[in-house]
Design a protein. Structure first.
Length: 413
């Protein structure tokens, strides 16, 4: 093995963690739901969201590649006001986002075990387990296992997609009426779909924090090229899989007359049945276990991301890190997430839509913060984005702002 390959393997990690975080609600729930309810009509929206959000995620990894620090440190250097704005924005969203991913994971766990307990109890068990694992510092060992199991779901998704393509779309149920996109409910769902596609823009800061942790683990500081390659692999992979999940929903569920349930456990059963319909009933337990593992991994990653983010913000604003800072933030996030879940029992789609819409509405501000920092004096010219990426970022800001204005207009009429 040559030195270049060895060094890249050391650099590889943050992009994979990012991909693991993305392949959760946005893919398993929203992309599948888009295909099931609208067929291939929203495929272009998924591609557009991934394209126009790309620069702002790339800017975060680029900043880390240039400085060795998270872009949060860049916020503080450009102006403490940016850090305050981002901190408030994160605090407002973190409980809703945590609730959404945990709620889906709870439904999958209940479906896997086949036990008729309330979803909020499964959510409590998941959140307590995640907090204990993160607080004890044993996430690394668990993460390796979860990646292996999650890979089963990814492989199964591709196999199910190929089987669905070969079998062809089944004939539409009698009396089936396709849903329209160009009405208020359709546009609101469209915005919700793009809100977490591939994930929320404000979560872009997390890749830098994970990159810092990776450097401490391997004792190797990646080059800019290695950092961006790691990120691009993860990003392209998540964008591709979003299209696969939507296509699978369109090929298996669209036109069937099946109404996706608002109950998280019933919804989980419907998602898993989509796989068994393509591959075979014998795969049910395998898919159920892999799907839960994927969402559990997303839940623990989200808790870790918010814990690291708020811990770093507190440190940068106070000039020192308070004792047990990280543990207190993940505990607060878990408790807040549960309180939100308790208000949305048997209303899965509303909770997911709320979380994704809120993320989309704040996306223009989060995107602008990353844009401002990457073109600040802190970044030398050699590390700044090329012109095509700058123009794509400007187009992305227009894209995000336009749909946010459309959302507020619909809410007012």
């Amino acid at each position: 093995m040559n030195d270049k390959l060895k060094n890249f393997i050391k650099a590889l990690g943050p992009g994979i963690v990012f991909a693991g975080m993305c392949i959760g609600v946005s893919h398993l729930v929203q992309s599948t739901r888009a295909g099931a309810e609208y067929g291939f009509l929203l495929l272009g929206a998924v591609v557009a969201a991934n394209l126009f959000k790309y620069p702002f995620f790339e800017f975060s990894s680029r900043y880390t590649g240039a400085t060795g620090l998270s872009i949060l440190d860049g916020y503080a250097k450009v102006g403490k006001w940016i850090l305050w704005v981002y901190g408030i924005m994160t605090f407002v969203t973190m409980f809703i986002v945590t609730a959404a991913v945990t709620f889906v994971a709870a439904g999958l766990l209940g479906n896997l075990l086949g036990l008729e307990y309330s979803t909020d109890w499964w959510a409590v068990i998941i959140l307590i387990t995640c907090v204990i694992i993160l607080a004890s510092g044993r996430y690394g060992a668990l993460d390796s296992l979860l990646k292996i199991v999650s890979a089963v779901l990814l492989l199964s998704t591709i196999v199910a997609f190929v089987a669905a393509v070969i079998n062809g779309r089944p004939p539409a149920a009698e009396g089936f009426v396709p849903k329209e996109v160009l009405n208020s409910s359709g546009i609101i769902f469209l915005i919700a779909l793009m809100g977490w596609m591939p994930t929320a823009v404000d979560m872009s800061t997390w890749t830098g924090l994970w990159a810092e942790a990776r450097v401490k683990q391997t004792k190797y500081k990646p080059t800019m090229r290695e950092t961006l390659l790691d990120f691009n692999i993860g990003y392209i992979f998540t964008a591709f899989l979003a299209c696969i999940f939507l296509s699978l929903g369109a090929l298996v569920m669209y036109g069937s007359g099946m109404e996706l349930s608002n109950s998280s456990s019933a919804f989980a059963g419907q998602i898993i049945s989509m796989y068994t319909a393509s591959i075979g009933e014998w795969t049910y337990l395998i898919i159920a276990a892999a799907a839960f593992s994927t969402m559990f991994s997303t839940t623990i990653t989200v808790l870790d991301g918010y814990g690291r983010t708020m811990s770093r913000i507190t440190k940068l604003l106070r000039g020192r890190e308070p004792r047990y800072n990280y543990f207190l933030w993940i505990l607060l996030t878990g408790v807040g997430g549960y309180l939100v879940i308790s208000q949305f029992l048997n209303n899965l789609k509303s909770l997911v839509d709320l979380a994704t819409i809120v993320s989309f509405v704040i996306a223009p501000l989060a995107a602008f913060l990353n844009y401002k920092v990457i073109f600040s004096k802190e970044i030398s010219l050699e590390y700044r984005p090329k012109k095509w990426l700058k123009w794509l970022a400007i187009a992305g800001l227009v894209f995000l702002c336009s749909f946010t204005l459309v959302y507020f207009y619909i809410m007012m009429i």
